[in-house]
Ligand binder design. Sequence first.
Ligand code: IDC
Length: 317
Amino acid sequence: MQTCTAERNGQLTPFGKHGKLHIEGTALTNEHGQICQLKGISTHNLSLYPEYITQSCITELTDRFDLSAFRLAMYSAEADDVKGYADSDDTHRKELEELILSAVDVCAKLGIYVLVDWHILLDYDPNMHKDAAITFFKSICPKLKSYDNVIYEICNEPNMDTTWAQITTYANEVIPAIRAIDPDKVILVGTPVWSQRVDEAAKAPLSYPNLAYTLHFYADTHRDELRQIMTDAIANGLPVFVSEFGICDASGNGPVNDEQTNLWIDLLNRYQISYILWNLSNKNETSAILAPICDKIKGFEDSDFSECGKRVRGYMQ
Ligand code: IDC
C-alpha cells in the first residue's frame, strides 16, 4: 500500500482528514462518514504542458492555494496540434502514463487527491476511443491501485449529439474494466452536452456503487438554467462532481465574470460539491492561471499569476 501523507507542516493534510473516499447517497463521503468537498485545479492538456508535472510545481501550487485536489487532463485525441493518448504511438503513451504516475505520487506525498481524467473533447462520443480507453485503464490501474488518493474520470465531456444511452454503453465497458483491477475507487462519469446534462443521468443512473456524475460550467456562458439542472439532479438523488469549471466563457477565454462565478461557488459550497478550476498553464487565455509572460515552472511569485490565477485562493476557501 502506498501511503498518502496524513500530516505536513504540523497540520493534517486533506487525506489525513478524509482518508479513502466513497459515495453515499448524493455525497462524496470520507472515512468517518462525513461529507468531503474537494477543491482543486486541473492541468491543461498533459501532452501540451508536461513541464508543470514536477514535485516542486505541484507542491508550490498546493501550498499557495490550499488545494485538496489536482486533476490530470490527459487528452484522448489530438488537439492543438499535439496527439492524444488514442492517436499516439507506444512511446508517447508510456510518457503520458509515467507523467500521470509521477503526479499521483507527488499528490500522495502532499496528502491531496488526484483525478486521472480521460479527456475526451474533439472526439465527442467516448465510444470513438473506447478500446484505447480500456487499454489505458488496464495499463494504469494496476500501478495506481495502491494509491488511495486517486479518483478516475472516464470521459471528460461527451458532446455534439452524444446521448446518455451512448455514454452508458461506454461506461458499462470501461467501469468493469477498471473495477476488475481496482475495485472500489470513486469513478466520475461525464454527461451529455459537454457534461452539463446531469438530468439525463439522473433519469437513468448507472448501477455501480461509488460513482459520481460530472457537471462542468464556464461562468460567463452557463448561468441560472444550468444551476437549476444541477440542483434538480441532486434533488433526484444524483451525486454531482464539478470536475471542471472556468470563470470566463466556454472557449476558456473572454471576460472574467466574477458575479456569475460567485453565484456558482456559493451554490457549490452550500451543497458541498467538489470543484476543480481549469487550467494550469501560461497560455494566453483567460482560464490559464499563470500570466502569459510567466515561463517559470517553480518559484512563483504573485506577479506570475494571471487575473484568473489571482482569484484561485479566494475560490479554495
Ligand atoms: C480548451 C483550452 C484551450 C484549447 C482547447 C482545445 O482552454 O487552450 O485550445 O481546450 O484543446 C472544456 C474542455 C477543455 C477546454 C475548455 C475551454 O474540457 O478542454 O480547454 N472547456 O474551452 N469544456 C468547456 C470548456
